[in-house]
Design a protein around this ligand. Structure first.
Ligand SMILES: *Cc1c(COP(=O)(O)O)cnc(C)c1O
Length: 410
């Protein structure tokens, strides 16, 4: 049993109040199921916001972690280490990239990407080429540079002067990019599907247009695949299906399948600008994280796993559609692979949180993406059976909310 001295109210006493966690505290997990302090079982369709890509307590990841834990945890970047080199080799062999930089979080990988783009422009074109173009509703992390690149001013306002020369445009609107981009633009940063912003897929024509405009103006195209990468969309990375190759790609969340690690991938021509001493991090590329991520990479990067993601996407979509046929709560079901958004219709605007809370009551963990979108991001290896059970719980939650709403309206 769990420690009964540790309660949710302790959070309010000892933690900075920047999060509002659910009342229940998860204490253990197995595959796509989680249990709380009183042993209530939940089906997990969140995978820790697209992180535990192989579910909880995967035996082969535990083995990779414990084997490495017995050998070497940390050596600093004064040395390199075998797990880091082996993981970098896998990333290089399986993507457009020729060089890898490891960090610890998505924000740090994006921070490195933005700094690299600025440095390439500075070295090659001088001090004028500093503009970074990003998109409304985009999300790139919470460091001051990355949150400013993100497309929600409410996240970046109120902290004093922001990093300068970042322009925001409408996502999927090529003509506005065409008007704004210039030879002073050093980079365009975007997600190949806006995750936090509402599970909004990219228009492939827009993606290809961004590529062409970046080429025209010698700007680097940065794909933030922190949420979409490592199998999430049914491809190793989402760019692979868009017929667009970025100059820089960032990966985190699923990369370590639950162990914190991130990577920035790029080509040698750009990478060379981050010469010795220009950038760094204490923990980035530590052997423990890289050993787990190396094993996760092998487990995720198989045809069976990736094809399974696309098949399970269809299964979830069918169930969401059936729920909607019965209760009329969604106006759209969108996304790619196992990153699916169900957009609430007019009648339920702003109520995503209520669906989330009622689902938890039913023993189901789901996510929201803003106030109007329910988000599903289960482990890539979730069983069909658990998807079906989870969708039954969702149906019950939706039913309860719809009935509650009907009663209010009487
Ligand atoms: C989660 C996320 C980030 C930030 O990652 P952290 O590990 O929280 O710093 C950046 N970009 C995207 C697209 C994300 O989904």
């Amino acid at each position: 049993m769990s420690n009964t001295q540790i309660t949710r109210s302790l959070f309010d006493q000892v933690m900075v109040p920047n999060y509002a966690p659910l009342d229940m505290i998860p204490v253990r997990g197995e595959g796509s199921r989680v249990w709380d302090q009183v042993d209530k079982e939940y089906i997990d369709l969140t995978s820790g916001i697209s992180v535990n890509a192989l579910g909880h307590a995967h035996p082969e990841l535990i083995e990779a972690l414990t084997e490495q834990a017995k050998k070497l945890w940390h050596v600093s970047n004064i040395y390199t280490n075998e797990p880091a080199l082996s993981l970098a080799q896998k990333l290089v062999d399986n993507t457009f990239a020729e060089k890898v930089f490891f960090a610890n979080s998505g924000a740090e990988a994006n921070e490195a990407a933005l700094k690299l783009a600025r440095r390439v422009a500075f070295d090659q074109y001088g001090i004028e080429k500093t503009e970074i173009i990003a998109f409304y509703q985009g999300f790139h992390g919470r460091t001051f540079f990355t949150v400013t690149a993100g497309g929600q001013a409410t996240y970046s306002d109120g902290f004093g002067p922001k990093p300068a020369d970042i322009t925001h445009l409408e996502y999927n609107d090529l003509s506005s990019l065409e008007k704004v981009i210039s030879d002073k633009t050093c980079a365009v940063i975007l997600e190949p599907l806006q995750g936090e912003g509402g599970v909004l897929p990219i228009d492939p024509v827009f993606a290809q247009g961004v590529r062409a405009l970046c080429d025209k103006h010698n700007a680097l195209m940065i794909f933030d695949e922190v949420q979409t990468g490592m199998g999430r969309t049914g491809n190793l990375f989402a760019y692979m299906e868009l017929e667009v190759v970025p100059d820089i790609l960032t990966s985190a969340k699923s990369l370590g399948a639950g162990f914190p690690i991130a990577a920035m991938l790029t080509k040698t021509d750009f990478a060379k600008h981050l010469s010795v001493g220009t950038h760094g991090t204490t923990f980035g590329g530590n052997p423990l994280a890289c050993a787990v991520a190396g094993k996760a990479f092998d487990l995720i990067n198989t045809e069976t796993m990736l094809a399974g993601v696309k098949r399970k996407e269809q299964l979830i979509r069918q169930h969401l559609q059936a729920i909607n046929d019965e209760f009329s709560v969604f106006k759209e079901i969108r996304g790619a692979g196992l990153l699916i958004g169900a957009v609430l219709n007019e009648q339920y605007q702003g109520q995503a949180k209520a669906f989330f809370l009622e689902s938890a009551q039913q023993g189901l963990l789901i996510l929201v993406a803003g106030a109007n979108v329910l988000r599903f991001a289960p482990a890539l290896n979730i069983s069909d059976d658990l998807i079906i059970q989870g969708m039954l719980k969702l149906k019950q939650a939706v039913k309860n909310i719809v009935h509650n709403n009907d009663n209010k309206n009487i």
